[in-house]
Design a protein around this ligand. Structure first.
Ligand code: CTP
Length: 129
């Protein structure tokens, strides 16, 4: 059984999120998703996501393409998570192209194309206008 792992915030769940999770799942047989905590987001962007980590997790774990979820507490722990969850493949969007190549010693690393013209940041901007 091929185990796939991916990571993200998945705030204001949108079609780009669904498409990457579907394609990540198609890389193997079991999909594990690390959902970044509110604290991790705050430390990166000095603001909290719109949806709480609990709600973001509930949405992601309800998807039929997702088999398991956990909280990503620190960006520094990716390698540990890959080992802990016995991942064979790490999938990331190509906004991260090349940035996770260091994990090629632990598992296969695949960057999938982002869905054009949509992002959580853009949705927030449009609503604000
Ligand atoms: N993603 C995607 N296509 C998009 C938006 C996101 O494939 N249009 C992917 C990202 O590459 C990542 C995952 O979805 O692998 C989670 O991304 P996240 O950063 O949570 O979503 P964004 O919409 O990019 O949010 P933000 O604008 O805050 O960066």
């Amino acid at each position: 059984m091929k185990r796939v792992i991916t990571f993200g915030t998945f705030d204001l769940f949108h079609i780009g999120h669904l498409r990457i999770l579907e394609r990540a799942r198609a890389q193997g047989d079991y999909l594990i998703v690390g959902i970044s905590t509110d604290a991790l987001n705050f430390s990166k962007k000095q603001k909290n996501p719109i949806y709480t980590e609990k709600d973001r997790m509930r949405i992601i774990e309800s998807l039929k393409v997702v088999d398991e979820v956990f909280y990503e507490e620190s960006l520094e722990l990716k390698g540990e998570y890959i080992k802990k969850y016995n991942a064979d493949v790490l999938v990331m969007g190509n906004d991260w192209e090349g940035r996770f190549d260091e994990f090629k010693s632990l598992c296969e690393v695949i960057y999938l194309e982002r869905t054009p013209s949509i992002s959580t940041t853009e949705i927030i901007e449009i609503i604000k206008e």
